[in-house]
Design a protein around this ligand. Structure first.
Ligand code: MRU
Length: 368
C-alpha cells in the first residue's frame, strides 16, 4: 500500500525524523529531531500532527532524550526524564494520545526506578517502539472494522481534516478503511473538506490519497451542505483527538458542524479512532481542554494578509461533537454504538479482562 510515513528513526537511530507536514504538498522534506524540547516545538508548530502521530513522535523523542542521558547520575537522569516528559505533555493539550504515550514511558521508567540509567533508557526505548508498532496494528484493525460498515457498491464518503497515514504511525484511522477498500478493488470516492485555516484536508488528505491512487474530490468547507443535499454522500467518517467516556468527541474544528449536517440529511456519521484516543477518565466533552491557536493562522494564512492585521480572532483548533450525533465509534477493539457510556465501558472492560487473563497478577494469598 503506497502510504506515506509520518515519523521514523534516522538510519543511525541518533534522531527521530519527521516528514515536515508544514511543507506538504509542495515539498517532501524530512527533518531530524534530537531531543524532547525540539520535538515539543515541532508538535506545537504542527510539523507532525494528528493525535496518534504526535503520541508516537513524543514517545520516540523521550526515548532518544534518555538514550543521550545515560551518563548522568540516577537523580539527574530522573530529573531529565521528568522535565522532558512535562515539556512533551504540554506541547498540545487536546489529543490525549500525547499524554497517554508519555505516561506509558514514565510508567516503564517507574517500574525500573532502582535500575541504572542505561537499563531504564533501554526499557523506555523498547516501550516507545511498542507504541509505534501497536499504532500501526490499531490502524489496520480500525480499517477492517470500518470497512464492515461500508454499504455495497461504490462508496462516496466525506471526511474532514487529515486522519490518514500522516496522522498516525500506520494507514490512518478514518482513512484506513478507504485504503483497504481501494486495495481490495472496491469502488470508493473520498470527498475532502479543505479544513480551514491550516488546510489539512487539501494539503495532506488530498495529497496522500492522490498519491495512493484513491479517487478524491476536494471541496471548500462550506460546500459540504450542498454536496449532501445533492445526495452525493453515503457516509461521513472522521478521526478524533479525544473521546470522552460518554462518547462525546473532540476533533478538528468544523467536525461538529459536519455532524449536524449529516444528521439533518440522514447520513451516517462515523468516528474512527484507536484505543489510545479513548479517555474514560474524561467524563464528557465539556471536560476536554480545547487548544486555541495563534490568531495569525487566520489573519495571515500562509503568509498572505487575509484579514485586518489586528482584528480579534477566536481560533479553537478543535470542537466537540456530542455523542447524540454520532452513529458509531469505530475503534481497534470493536465498534461502539449508542449509548456510548455503556458500550465504551464494555469494550474496554472486555479488553482489560483479556489482558488480566494473559498475565495474571497473583494476590498475596496466592490466588490469581
Ligand atoms: O490539529 P491537527 O491537524 O493535529 O488535528 C488533527 C485532527 O483533528 C485529526 O482528525 C485527529 O487528530 C485524528 S488523526 C487520526
Amino acid at each position: 500500500m503506497n502510504v506515506p510515513e509520518s515519523v521514523r528513526w534516522a538510519a543511525d537511530a541518533r534522531a527521530v525524523e519527521l516528514l515536515d507536514q508544514t511543507r506538504l504538498p509542495e515539498e517532501e522534506r524530512w527533518i531530524a529531531i534530537r531531543d524532547a524540547a525540539a520535538m515539543a516545538t515541532a508538535i506545537r508548530e504542527m510539523r507532525v500532527r494528528g493525535a496518534p502521530a504526535i503520541g508516537v513522535a513524543a514517545a520516540m523523542a523521550l526515548a532518544l532524550e534518555l538514550a543521550y542521558a545515560t551518563s548522568l547520575a540516577p537523580a539527574e537522569f530522573r530529573a531529565r526524564l521528568e522535565a522532558a516528559a512535562a515539556t512533551l505533555r504540554a506541547a498540545r493539550p487536546t489529543a490525549v494520545n500525547l499524554a497517554w504515550a508519555v505516561d506509558r514511558l514514565v510508567a516503564v521508567a517507574d517500574a525500573h526506578r532502582d535500575a541504572a540509567p542505561g537499563v531504564v533508557a533501554c526499557k523506555v526505548w523498547g516501550e516507545a517502539d511498542r507504541i509505534r508498532a501497536e499504532d500501526r496494528e490499531m490502524c489496520r484493525r480500525i480499517g477492517e472494522r470500518a470497512l464492515g460498515l461500508f454499504p455495497a457498491g461504490v462508496v462516496r464518503l466525506l471526511t474532514h481534516c487529515n486522519a490518514g497515514a500522516l496522522a498516525t504511525g500506520g494507514i490512518g484511522t478514518a482513512l484506513a478503511a478507504v485504503y483497504l477498500a481501494h486495495e481490495q478493488g472496491r469502488g470508493v470516492r473520498v470527498y475532502v473538506r479543505e479544513t480551514r485555516p491550516l488546510l489539512q484536508g487539501s494539503r495532506l488528505t488530498a495529497w496522500e490519497l492522490s498519491r495512493a491512487g484513491v479517487p478524491v474530490t476536494l471541496i471548500v468547507d462550506s460546500a459540504a451542505a450542498a454536496l449532501m443535499a445533492a445526495g452525493s454522500i453515503d457516509l461521513v467518517i472522521v478521526g478524533a483527538d479525544r473521546i470522552a467516556a460518554n462518547g462525546d468527541v473532540a476533533n478538528k474544528v468544523g467536525t461538529y458542524g459536519l455532524a449536524v449536517l449529516a444528521a439533518h440529511h440522514g447520513i451516517p456519521f462515523y468516528v474512527a479512532a484507536p484505543s489510545s484516543t479513548v479517555d474514560l477518565a474524561t467524563r464528557t466533552g465539556a471536560d476536554i481542554p480545547i487548544e486555541e491557536r495563534d490568531p495569525d493562522e487566520v489573519r495571515r494564512g500562509f503568509g498572505r494578509v487575509t484579514a485586518p492585521p489586528t482584528v480579534d480572532v477566536w481560533a479553537p483548533a478543535f470542537d466537540v461533537t456530542p455523542a447524540a450525533l454520532i452513529t458509531a465509534l469505530v475503534t481497534d477493539r470493536g465498534v461502539a454504538r449508542p449509548p456510548y457510556g455503556a458500550s465504551l465501558a464494555a469494550l474496554f472492560a472486555k479488553d482489560a479482562l483479556a489482558a488480566a487473563e494473559a498475565s495474571p497478577v497473583v494476590a498475596p494469598g496466592g490466588r490469581a
